[in-house]
Design a protein around this ligand. Structure first.
Ligand code: CA
Length: 231
């Protein structure tokens, strides 16, 4: 394989899961390196400069959360947390510390590959070119220059708060955003901004953008964590 194939570093102590990840990723053209401990993961990360890190939070020699925070201190590499269901607080903490996304064990290869593609795309975008003035995602078209939003070609009237929330989700399409990240990005840390704001504006966005607001196809709730605009 050539240098053009993205390199994924897996930091995970469960050998069967590492084997599954390696086999899946290699069959889709990724290069893979593995570490079973945080210590080995840290040194491989420094040696290899991978394109994406898959990081388990429960490592034998320490807390994956601390490792995520430490990595974020000196690297912009996308970090995807791999964690068991029921560890939502740990996932939120990791995302708020700068991890990019998470996978809940057990997960399928489609979900794994989708998360990695999104992480690679966002890291390429933040590394270089100016962001696109017009973004189209499924039936949604967002024009950041004119601040207009179209659904299936029809103009949708949004309030400034609805527009602000949608803009942040569209800029991070495919990626989970925690309640805290959304409140910060949309309302800029206004002290009065509350998680209830999010529920209210998400509900009104869904009414305007989803044919069936109770079964959203674009504006997805990540239970206990936040929201994701389906890419
Ligand atoms: Ca583990």
């Amino acid at each position: 394989m050539t240098e053009n194939h993205p390199l994924v570093l897996i930091i995970e102590d469960e050998a069967p899961l590492r084997r599954y990840l390696r086999a899946t990723l290699q069959s889709f053209g990724y290069r893979v390196e593995e570490a079973a401990t945080g210590e080995d993961g840290r040194s491989l990360l420094l040696q290899l400069s991978p394109d994406v890190v898959l990081l388990d939070l429960g490592l034998p020699d320490g807390d994956g959360l601390e490792l995520a925070q430490e990595i974020r201190g000196w690297s912009r590499v996308p970090i995807i947390i791999v964690s068991a269901r029921g560890k939502e607080e740990d996932k939120i903490a990791a995302l708020d510390l700068g991890a990019d996304d998470y996978l809940t064990k057990p997960f399928g290869s489609g979900e794994l590959l989708a998360r990695i593609r999104v992480a690679l795309r966002h890291s390429a975008e933040s590394a270089g070119a100016a962001t696109e003035p017009v973004v189209e995602i499924g039936p949604l078209r967002m024009d950041f220059a004119s601040r207009e939003v179209f659904l299936d070609g029809l103009l949708v009237h949004l309030s400034p708060n609805e527009y602000g929330l949608l803009a942040v989700l569209v800029r991070h399409a495919g990626k989970v955003l925690t309640h805290k990240q959304l409140l910060h990005d949309v309302w800029g840390g206004v002290p009065a901004a509350q998680p209830t704001y999010l529920r209210v504006y998400m509900a009104s966005l869904r009414k305007k953008l989803e044919p069936d607001p109770a079964r959203p196809r674009l504006l997805i709730t990540e239970p206990g964590v936040g929201y994701r605009l389906k890419a």
